[in-house]
Design a protein around this ligand. Structure first.
Ligand code: HEM
Length: 388
């Protein structure tokens, strides 16, 4: 049987539906290619994500690019770093970021006005989160596309750590990005501004533990965690709405539904398809014994189509009001989620205000696949639309 992970489909629902069908037969399946026990049911995936003592994120530290970042820590060190991060993503700070992001969305999507058709990903969605970071971090325009190139080289390396060519390019990009971020931070320290970089510096000074290195790690981890993921989330939201035109009409008419659209798109289109964990002590997962040192893959895509958690999971339902696992769960729940939500709200407003006839291009079918834009991500590589 072809692995559901290897299928390309015109519908983003296919991967979740086929994995959940396996999950109804058996709670776990060992995948040779992943080298991990794949956990399929919502209750088992959620329980493992909450139990960070047994199911650890420590394995991320195998990569030198990530080894010092918050995501690799458990317990007290994670709590300490998380307190600092929560400061610069506080509701007050986020409200200030929202005011800066709206004009960036208007500019990015405004550039499409006058065109008949577009690949929304290539022409706008893939540029927009970087534009947001450049502005929030106070990075001068002269950096151009270099920031994105660094991040892409590092993400490619993280996805295939054994590939020597990708490793060399990834390591070089990581060194250059850290060097650049360090210089920015040193310049900002003297006079922290009213932007994300200033907030990062202030948060470290307030909570203790300020060093240029600590702030550099925070900046680099935001770029690594918040670029390709945000592009994927934006494309999942837009493609879900375009594939469900009555939901799109409702959001167009009532913008208070933007978050419902984002959350249901996270469930239905599965931009985060799953998360790996390192098992730290002998345990039992869904009735299967798992030894310390093994890897498990907590399959969000199948959990999102588990009928016990979501009635009629194949239906894209704006009124579902159900939580999802797309930002993770438990202590490592995505710290950038408030910022990511602001980016989607602004993007939806900018697009829906400008393009009342926005629709999919019927001549260019969508193709959703696992591994698009990141090794645990799912999505389409292009999003061809008609604008006028
Ligand atoms: C502004 C954008 C974003 C930033 C700055 C960001 C940053 C981060 C950071 C630093 C963590 C680690 C949290 C911790 O260890 O406590 C994290 C976790 C996570 N983020 Fe985000 N993120 C962003 C957007 C997104 C988006 C759009 C998605 C999904 C498409 C996403 C999915 C996740 C997931 C699933 C985790 C948990 C990882 C795990 O438990 O292994 N993030 N994020």
């Amino acid at each position: 049987m072809t692995s559901p992970f290897a299928v390309s489909s015109p519908s983003p629902a296919t991967i979740g539906l086929s994995l959940a069908a396996v999950g109804r037969e058996r709670a776990t399946v060992f995948d040779e290619h992943m080298g991990a026990l794949v956990v399929l049911r919502h209750k088992d995936v959620s329980a493992a994500l909450r139990d960070h003592g047994t199911f650890s994120t420590r394995f991320y530290a195998a990569s030198p690019a990530v080894e010092t970042m918050m995501i690799t820590h458990d317990g007290a060190e994670h709590t300490r770093q998380r307190r600092i991060h929560n400061r610069f993503f506080s509701p007050g700070a986020s409200a200030r970021y929202a005011a800066r992001i709206a004009p960036i969305a208007e500019r990015t999507f405004g550039d499409l006005v006058g065109r008949e058709r577009s690949d929304l990903i290539e022409d706008a969605l893939a540029r927009y989160p970087m534009e947001v970071f450049l502005d929030l971090l106070g990075i001068p325009n002269e950096l151009g596309d270099q920031g994105l190139a660094w991040v892409r080289a590092i993400v490619a390396w993280l996805g295939s750590p054994m590939d020597e060519q990708l490793a060399a390019a990834g390591q070089a990009a990581f060194d250059e990005l850290c060097g650049y971020a360090g210089t920015l931070i040193e310049a900002e320290v003297a006079d922290p501004g009213d932007n994300l970089l200033g907030e990062i510096i202030r948060a470290h000074l307030t909570e203790g533990g300020f060093t240029v290195e600590a702030c550099t790690v925070a900046v680099v981890s935001l770029l690594l965690g918040g670029l390709e993921t945000t592009i994927q989330m934006l494309s999942a939201t837009m493609s879900s709405l375009l594939l469900n035109p009555s939901a799109l009409d409702r959001v167009r008419a009532d913008r208070s539904l933007r978050d419902a659209a984002l959350d249901e798109s996270f469930r239905w289109a599965n931009p985060s398809a799953g998360l790996y964990r390192l098992v730290t002590a002998d345990t039992v997962v869904a009735g299967v014994p798992v030894g310390a040192g093994s890897m498990v893959y907590l399959c969000i895509a199948s959990a999102h189509y588990d009928r016990d958690a979501y009635p009629d999971p194949e239906v894209f339902h704006l009124d579902r009001h159900a939580s999802h696992l797309g930002f993770g769960l438990g202590p490592h729940y995505c710290v950038g989620a408030p910022l990511a939500r602001i980016e989607v709200r602004a993007a939806l407003d900018a697009l829906l205000d400008r393009f009342p006839r926005l629709r999919l291009d019927p001549d260019q079918p969508l193709a959703f696949r696992y591994g698009a834009r990141g090794f645990v991500q799912h999505g389409a590589d292009t999003l061809p639309v008609l604008l006028s």
